[in-house]
Design a protein. Structure first.
Length: 235
């Protein structure tokens, strides 16, 4: 990994190839089959964006198609993605996220990240932090943005309702997004396509690929949940 805390994700719905990769962990999906790897890619900035390479697994070029969205210590950029994954060509959309302020887990119970990408001009990204001892979603601190016709719109109030299975893994979700100056909320819903779980240094991570319906458009993205596993915390 580069000196910066960079994470990449790609969502090739047509080929059913998806991935989420960061320093110390990579999760790849072929359809519903998940492969969890204990190493991350080497991510490097280029004149046109970034490259991400994990030898024997994937080699990708990521080109920004929108301004970066600030999510409170993290920036997320929607990108065009081209390259190879497991010997297969991919051409799709994804994200590059840079963590500038690492999460202070002594003050948190959970961290959620959500992306839903319809096309190069329409997407949604969000990051929610649940403070230590919070009773539920209504006490989370949520930063969220909509990409609308290529313009970033700040979401003033993002409400995410989630259905979990018995293991605390996210199965479906609803979105209610309030943009300043608009009379009605924008809405979305999503269902899990594939998922996997792993443990990273006392943090349980549930990675899920979601198929979304956002503002009347089909979209693909991820819903990732990180929960303190010591002590246990409900999500």
């Amino acid at each position: 990994m580069s000196a910066q805390a960079l994470a990449v994700a790609f969502y090739d719905h047509a080929r059913e190839l998806y991935g989420s990769a960061r320093s110390g962990a990579t999760v790849l999906f072929e359809g519903r089959k998940a492969t969890v790897l204990p190493e991350g890619p080497k991510v490097q900035a280029t004149a046109g964006g970034w490259t991400a390479v994990l030898p024997g697994r994937f080699e990708l070029e990521l080109e920004p198609v929108a301004p970066e969205a600030g999510l409170g210590g993290v920036t997320a950029t929607v990108c065009r993605v081209r390259g190879e994954v497991a010997g297969r060509r991919v051409e799709c959309l994804g994200t590059v996220a840079e963590t500038r302020d690492l999460p202070a887990w002594e003050d948190l119970d959970a961290l959620r990240t959500i992306s839903a990408i319809a096309d190069e001009g329409h997407a949604f990204v969000a990051l929610a932090r649940r403070p230590r001892g919070a009773r539920g979603h209504d006490e989370e601190e949520i930063s969220a943005w909509l990409l609308d016709e290529g313009r970033l719109l700040r979401v003033e109030d993002a409400r995410v309702s989630t259905v979990y299975d018995d293991g605390g893994r996210q199965r479906s979700a609803g979105l209610e997004l309030w943009v300043p100056g608009e009379e009605f909320a924008r809405r979305g819903s999503g269902l899990v396509l594939a998922g996997s779980s792993l443990d990273l240094d006392g943090i349980q991570v549930h990675v899920a690929i979601f198929r979304w319906r956002l503002d009347g458009r089909d979209a693909t993205g991820a819903y990732e949940l990180m929960v303190r596993s010591d002590p246990p915390a409900a999500a």
